[in-house]
Design a binder for this molecule. Sequence first.
Ligand code: SF4
Ligand code: SF4
Length: 518
Amino acid sequence: MTLAGHYWVTIERDRCRSWQQPWKCGACIDTCEQGVFARDEMGRVYVANEIACVGCKICMEQGCPNSCIYIRPATPESFSRGIWTTQTIEEIHRKAQTGEYEIRGYGTMGNIPHFDGLVVVPSQLASRPPKDKYREKFRMEVTIGEGKCANPIRLNYPFVFAAMSYGAISREGKMALAVAAAKLGILANTGEGGMFPGEATLAHGYENEESRRKGVKKWSPGGYLAVQYSTGRWGVSVDYLQAGDAIEIKIGQGAKPGMGGHLLGKKVTEDIAMIRGLPPGTDALSPCRHYDISDQKDLKKKVEILRDLTNYEKPIMIKMGPSLPYEDTYIAAEAGVDAISIDGMVGGTGASPEVVTQNAGIPTIACIRQASKALKDMGLKGKVKLIALGGIRDGADAFKAIALGADAVGFGAAAEIALGCRGCMSCHRGACHYGLATQEARFRACIDVETASQRLVNFVHACAEELKILAMLSGHDRLDTISADDLRAIDLNTAAMTGIKLAGLEKVFPQSWEGFDD
Ligand code: SF4
Ligand code: SF4
């Protein structure tokens, strides 16, 4: 395919030397091998053959001394230049200069199949009648650990906040997450960086230790805090493990499955270093696996040890990246956990090699149904809770994840955005201008914990209403009756990945999904 005709070429005449002094300059004419530029009869340079431009931009970089040439794609570069987009060429130049791979924050970019390929089937005559959102009740509480531990977690909504460590996130950002969990009655998570003093107190709804002693909650109904037990063991001690309302064993995460956490030294301040137990300014690179968990037996033993440590009072959870969701879920459930979080491919992070975030993992929508099937095959559906993470943006994604088989969903990037994040993908640099992915005092100062937590509460309330609308218009008054039959796929990829019937065809595609009910 020729590249001709795909670019707009402009000369800014006010600054072009040949338009101020005719017959001068003309460097672009000499530089351009395609003959795009020429002189008119007055000696001024003009774009004589725009259709010949191939978008190499050499005239911009090496020709024009005044930087007054602009080359813009007239069609998306992915079409006009195929795989050799300007971004690809720049990235190759960057690697050639530095010899380094790219590290960045945030999640997978590009066209990864996601919940947008699914639509909700509304109730009409042939289906169960719809429920009236304005007049009837909808139940959306979820309990984790019922019958397995003395103090199960009772979520007011089928939502949790995904793990984000103190270190990756500022103390103010973490405080806002904990306070929002308290206001909503849901679960926050320490992430793998240990617990800062007072984090559990805030999540429970108390302003400080004194108000806890007096039993006076500032934020009701009060929420929960899961303490993460990760490969790095940062800040892990018996006191830490006993201070949470649940323990989450971290095996992996969506943005970098098969790799450990990565906190660059510039974010390891004295405070964070003290909590994590490492020298300030040192990169905190977590191991890629638990060295004492190499098979199913080890995992089972670990769950038993942690149950024992919590005196059988608290749920034990596990978080995994997207790999072999059926088999991984089977092994985790057999080890005796109370909840399994699967973090799909578009899950976010504070820092990860881009080659991993963009290329390793399985899309979130392809994980949930397989994981749910494993629990069903084991007779544990509904008893061991399945939490879907990885790119949950709103109540529609939550509904679709629940219809695919999840019991609850986790907000990670969306929670950060609700707190003020603008998605600049620079979390790893430590200079977040919105005070979240930073430890610098000047940036942290822009977060007011009460205001930020209220933004997050508003966001979750809105998502809960969206979930309720979709559930009730499809005939449900509780979460656990929502099923895969409430969805249709609108493209072949989504149908094939999820086993959801293709809209219009009313059949699963391919047939190997037949009989795969949940
Ligand atoms: S190189 Fe730049 S300044 Fe020189 S003639 Fe071309 S557009 Fe004008
Ligand atoms: S605004 Fe802050 S938290 Fe959001 S992507 Fe940028 S650096 Fe990360």
